[in-house]
Design a binder for this molecule. Structure first.
Ligand SMILES: C[S@@+](CC[C@H](N)C(=O)[O-])C[C@H]1O[C@@H](n2cnc3c(N)ncnc32)[C@H](O)[C@@H]1O
Length: 354
């Protein structure tokens, strides 16, 4: 493929996970050239495939440590805003027509070496686009224009919202903390629900493993599910007043041993070694209804986190179809996994072939 054009894809990831992200990507695309551009940004040079194929590989493999993708269309030196805004308008004009909408995402990887930051960059590019007849939004439109200030310059990138993986600048999801919030852990479940197209249930029964102090339980109740919250620790007092929250003050092992209930959703945020947590999910499969969903947080150690993720997904695949495995913006040293009970897969196939 030596004659194939080369494309650079901008990839965002969590700062501590550059090595893990690189090893994960190279497992799918050996000999990939990866250049670190900032603490949480890299450029990868692709030949023969483009952003659509890379995005598909990241979703399907899955490559859990990639947060955001964009195809680099130009890289500018730190020469000031006018050159950047002119290049940004030219980039948009190469794909869109006057009157079209574009989502503009501006961010800084590390410390900006410019005399302007992401807000000034956004304002300048937005004004220049509006003057040229484009409609600029923060999110929503299918076409995304990214502008990232990093250690080596200012990169402009284009993607569709599906290719980008996330509709937020660099994948940095911002969620407002509601007044009745119980824990910061809530953001992990909220981010999954708000930013993926997975259809989380709105009714039925949920079991929340490692529930204390009750952030995930609160979100599940807000969605309309009746929740069994399993944890030897306390739940926040407002949750205890809710008749559709059942606090089982015990360990998951002991609850699973004694329950005759069946659930439509199992969530697991237990502080526990990840392989042990996934082994528990195999047991949990026994108390799930057909089509049930499972959400698991894998709490990673320092050594080869990508290998841990792979082993965990392989273990889960004995009973589940993995729908998503990703290091979310609100994960620290964690990866979130969403999976569907696998028995549902064979039933759906036989229904489809009828
Ligand atoms: C990170 S906290 C969960 C936070 C919760 N998701 C929230 O939103 O508030 C982890 C919890 O796992 C619980 N845990 C650890 N091992 C457990 C086990 N074997 N059974 C049940 N809970 C367990 C701990 O007691 C702790 O409360």
């Amino acid at each position: 493929m030596s004659g194939a054009p080369e494309t650079t894809i901008l990839i965002s990831f969590a700062e501590d996970y550059f090595a893990a992200m690189s090893r994960e990507l190279r497992r799918e695309l050996p000999a990939l050239s990866i250049e670190r551009l900032g603490p949480d940004l890299a450029g990868v040079a692709l030949k023969g495939i483009g952003i659509a194929e890379l995005s598909g590989i990241v979703r399907d493999a899955p490559v859990a440590f990639v947060k955001h993708l964009s195809e680099e269309v130009s890289r500018l030196p730190f020469d000031g805003l006018p050159a950047v805004t002119a290049a940004a308008v030219a980039a948009t004009g190469s794909r869109l027509r006057q009157g079209d909408e574009v989502a503009l995402q501006c961010w800084v990887s590390g410390k900006a070496r410019t005399d302007f930051g992401s807000s000034a960059l956004f304002e300048a590019i937005m004004k220049a686009h509006t003057a040229e007849g484009f409609v600029v939004r923060r999110s929503g439109p299918e076409a995304i224009l990214s502008a990232c200030i990093h250690d080596k310059g200012i990169s402009l990138g284009l993607a569709t919202d599906r290719q980008a993986l996330s509709n937020w600048p660099g994948g940095r999801v911002r969620l407002a903390r509601p007044e009745n919030s119980v824990s910061r852990a809530e953001f992990k479940l909220e981010e999954l629900i708000a930013t993926t197209d997975i259809d989380f249930p709105r009714r039925g029964k949920a079991v929340d493993l490692g529930a204390s102090p009750g952030g995930w339980t609160r979100i599940l109740r807000e969605r309309g599910l009746e929740v069994w919250s399993i944890d030897p620790g306390d739940l926040a007092p407002p949750l205890l007043k809710d008749p559709l929250v059942h606090h089982e003050r015990t360990t998951t092992g002991s609850f699973l041993h004694s329950t005759s209930l069946r659930f439509d959703l199992a969530t697991n945020d237990m502080r526990m070694p990840p392989m042990l947590s996934c082994e528990t999910m195999l047991e949990v499969a026994r108390v799930l209804n057909q089509d049930a969903l499972a959400v698991v947080t894998l709490k990673l150690g320092k050594n080869s986190p990508e290998r841990t993720v792979r082993s965990c997904l392989s273990l889960l695949s004995r009973r589940y179809d993995v729908l998503l495995a990703r290091q979310l913006h609100h994960n620290r040293h964690e990866v979130s996994v969403v999976a569907r009970l696998a028995a549902a897969r064979s039933r759906r196939r036989s229904e489809a072939s009828r």
